[in-house]
Design a protein around this ligand. Structure first.
Ligand code: PNS
Length: 163
């Protein structure tokens, strides 16, 4: 049984993430979608909220499990028997950061592979930051995020405006 890990901040999960998760779920026996803390980002959603949104957005995929972890990715992978990390690549601009992450994870855990999947062209411009930016200006990110995320973004943007 091969377990794959789709790690990320998922703040929030977008249709680009869901596409990669769906494709991974067809290739591997079990896919863990795990929300990690990215110390360089200040999130809109708590890890619990991000887990809930990711769960609702992947409920149609029976071999996908959503989880969260505040620690090193390689440590989590070891504990859960993960063989491969799956990451989506949108553009050349993603490459440098992802290459660095893959190298450091390889240094820390030599038997853990990182594999990249190219995003669909229609998702090439899509990111969690972009959908938050749209929501901040009152734009409904219809077609860019799963339905449960649309409402959560609208509500959180309104809350943030009131602060
Ligand atoms: O969606 P993102 O923000 O690009 O995902 C980055 C993430 C969360 C996968 C990365 O920051 C991560 O692996 N965080 C866990 C801590 C860790 O293992 N860092 C790498 C070694 S310094």
């Amino acid at each position: 049984m091969i377990t794959a890990l789709c790690p990320g901040s998922f703040d929030p999960i977008t249709n680009g993430h869901v596409d990669i998760i769906e494709r991974a779920s067809r290739l591997f026996d079990r896919v863990l979608v795990t929300i990690f803390v990215n110390s360089s980002k200040s999130p809109w959603f708590t890890p619990e909220e991000r887990v809930e949104l990711a769960r609702r957005s992947t409920a149609h995929l029976p071999n996908v499990i959503v989880d969260s972890y505040d620690g090193l990715l390689v440590e989590y992978a070891r504990r859960h028997g993960v063989k491969v990390i799956i990451k989506g690549l949108r553009a050349v601009s993603d490459f440098e950061y992802e290459f660095q992450m893959a190298q450091i994870n390889k240094h820390l855990a030599g038997d853990l592979e990182t594999m990249f999947m190219m995003t669909r062209p229609e998702n090439a411009y899509l990111s969690s930051s972009i959908v938050k930016e749209l929501a901040r200006y009152g734009v409904d990110p219809v077609g860019l995020v799963p339905e449960p995320v649309r409402e959560a973004l609208r509500a959180r943007a309104a809350e943030r405006r009131r602060r």
